[in-house]
Design a protein around this ligand. Structure first.
Ligand SMILES: [Zn+2]
Length: 141
């Protein structure tokens, strides 16, 4: 795989991690994109309804990369800053462990979301939800 392609795959899993966690904690995904803008390399736009949910979502891009690639390499600095506004930085590793456990429980859905995002590059909230809730993804009914 070319380096740019590898980068796209990593970005897709990073954003899929954010978007999947929004859905897991009962928030609303508005859109997800791999297309860079002036402000972001890629971005998940969403609403969550509690501070701890927001922290889990912020750390899930990193957590998802750790599951898929065994380490996180990019894009997590802004995410850590977002999380550190809501909780003590010393608690971040624990929240990442929780985020990893939740993503692993729903891994089939995370994979489906990442693959669909790679194909489409940009998804609406409804498309993200449909991709995530594939049969057998572990999504609670
Ligand atoms: Zn991120």
């Amino acid at each position: 795989m070319k380096k740019d392609d590898q980068e796209q795959v990593r970005l897709a899993y990073h954003e899929a991690g954010h978007a999947a966690m929004v859905l897991i904690v009962g928030g609303a995904v508005h859109w997800v994109t791999l297309i860079p803008s002036k402000k972001f390399d890629a971005h998940t736009n969403a609403t969550t309804f509690s501070p701890s949910a927001a922290v889990l979502v912020a750390l899930s891009g990193d957590a998802c990369e750790r599951i898929r690639f065994r380490h996180a390499s990019r894009g997590a600095h802004g995410d850590y800053a977002t999380a550190a506004k809501k909780i003590a930085p010393s608690r971040i590793p624990r929240y990442i462990d929780v985020a990893k456990a939740l993503l692993q429980l729903h891994w089939k859905g995370v994979e489906a979301l990442a693959q669909e995002l790679l194909r489409k590059k940009k998804m609406t909230g409804a498309e993200a939800r449909n991709a995530f809730t594939v049969p057998g993804s572990g999504e609670p009914s």
